[in-house]
Design a protein around this ligand. Structure first.
Ligand code: UD1
Ligand code: CA
Length: 462
């Protein structure tokens, strides 16, 4: 932008989105785990606008309530009388001297770079419009140009004649222009058209009538200007977006078994030589070191995963810190608040919650470890359960270094097992255990000779 001009952004998000057939306002539907409106807002962020005004209406306060964290000025459009009417609602908050960029809340994949180009073009000419050529322009407003290629007006699909409908250059709806011009033209809009609405697009003909030449800019890729009107279109954009994210990760050194079977709903930062098998879902913010391998069908949310970690098939890992060279799975569940030090092994059907596990400790089969502090070199046998919940409160289990816990042990918290303790299989530990002892509470072996198993009594007729 030329120095001295400030930018204001308006995002239109009041429309109903009838074709979504949803109780949720359209702009709250999610793409890659974030609402459509948040995607648009993020694209506008690098422009450092004075204010981002979001025009909302259909669905009422749900939209500003759900997205209250966005830095924006929320403008209510009580009745949805058209795009021109929607823009007008935001104008009282915008100085005449600003350039105004108009975006759509349901066009989520618009790229920041395209917006920068559009704003630059508008700061030179006063008015720039984003247009695109589509193989199937059905439904969009068409760009009508004169013989010299200058824009004359926009014709909506419903108002166009057959010749106009054959034009493949469409109005994306996104434009950037001087605030004083916009204000002047908005006040002259009428509803004299096929839909009885105030069309924002009518300002184009008004500009042309004043001898203003409108600059046009085109997007880097057509998906940038594709709107979401149906769930099918949403799914299409989702797949496109996911593939693009996978490509970016591949460029950074990640191997995918199949980039089409990967979903990132958030941010993933990786070292080199990360290998990701099929159907892995990453959510929130995940940091992975180098040489990490993720097996098929894993869900990983908000985690830090160290170098050389191996995660086998079908694991769910959430809000955890996994140290270097740990091995997890298959079928492990790591819940929030878990911290695994280095070279920890967690095996199948093991659940760990809010616990720290020291270096080289192992829980390889069928265990629950909750609210625990586990030292180094501890072996937790199959079927070990920390009984952390007494029905009302949660209690802590402390297992010191070098403890060996036999299979099928219950540790009734609060309890501390001292360093080097060995617990025989099948024990129920209800009190603290001093270090370096063997403890078991099995019953003595009883042998009953000549024991006959009961036999089923035949029911005779009475
Ligand atoms: C609009 C354009 C059309 C363009 C197309 C691109 C007009 C008259 N037509 O048509 O030229 O090709 O977008 O997708 O502008 N909205 C409000 N309040 C309203 C009406 C709409 O906030 O009263 C919002 C909608 O939520 C949506 C956007 O404005 O985000 C576009 O509205 P929509 O009804 O989808 O316009 P189209 O008919 O598709
Ligand atoms: Ca639309």
């Amino acid at each position: 932008m030329t120095s001295g001009t400030t930018l204001s952004v308006i995002i239109l998000a009041a429309g109903q989105g009838t074709r979504m057939r949803s109780n949720l306002p359209k702009v709250l539907h999610k793409l890659a785990g974030r609402t459509l409106l948040e995607h648009v807002h993020t694209a506008a962020a690098p422009l450092a606008a004075r204010t981002v005004h979001i025009v909302y209406g259909h669905g009422g306060e749900q939209v500003p309530e759900r997205l209250a964290h966005l830095p924006a000025s929320w403008v209510l459009q009580v009745e949805q009388l058209g795009t021109g009417h929607a823009v007008k609602q935001a104008m009282p908050g915008i100085p005449d001297t600003d350039l105004v960029l108009i975006l759509y809340g349901d066009v989520p994949l618009i790229a920041a770079g395209t917006l920068v180009t559009l704003v630059k073009s508008a700061s030179a000419s006063g008015f720039a419009l984003l247009t695109a050529r589509l193989a199937d322009p059905f439904g969009y407003g068409r760009i009508i140009r004169d013989a010299a290629g200058r824009i004359l007006r926009i014709k909506e699909e419903k108002d166009a004649n057959d010749a106009e409908r054959r034009i493949d250059e469409i109005n994306t709806g996104l434009m950037c222009l001087r605030g004083d011009w916009l204000n002047k033209w908005l006040s002259r809009l009428t509803t004299n058209n096929a839909q009885g609405e105030y069309y924002l697009t009518d300002v184009i003909a008004m500009a042309v009538g004043e001898g203003i030449e409108i600059a046009t800019v085109s997007p880097g890729h057509v998906t940038e200007v594709q709107g979401v009107n149906t769930r099918a279109q949403l799914a299409e954009l989702e797949r496109y977006y996911q593939l693009r994210q996978a490509r970016t990760l591949m460029d950074r050194g990640v191997t995918f078994a199949d980039p089409a079977r990967f979903d990132l709903r958030g941010d993933l930062v990786t070292g080199t030589d990360v290998v990701i098998d099929v159907n892995v879902v990453i959510e929130g913010r995940v940091l992975m070191g180098s040489d990490v391998t993720i097996g098929p069908n894993c869900l990983i949310r908000d985690c830090e995963i160290g170098d050389g970690v191996e995660i086998f098939a079908n694991c769910v890992i959430e809000d955890a810190i996994i140290g270097k060279r740990c091995r997890i799975g298959p079928f492990s569940r790591i819940r929030p608040g878990t911290k695994l030090a280095t070279e920890v092994h967690v095996g199948n059907f093991v659940e760990i919650k809010n616990s720290s596990i020291g270096d080289a400790s192992k829980a390889n089969h069928l265990s629950y470890v909750g609210d625990s502090e586990v030292g180094r070199n501890v072996n937790i046998g199959a079927g070990t359960i920390t009984c952390n919940y007494d029905g009302a409160n949660k209690h802590k289990t402390i297992i010191e270094d070098d403890v060996h816990i036999g299979s099928d042990t219950q540790l009734v918290a609060p309890v501390r097992v001292g360093r080097g303790v060995t617990i025989g299989a099948g024990a129920t530990i209800t009190r603290d255990v001093e270090p370096e002892v063997l403890i078991h509470n099995r019953m003595e072996r009883r042998i009953v000779k000549g024991w006959k198993r009961p036999v089923k009594v035949k029911k005779g007729r009475e």
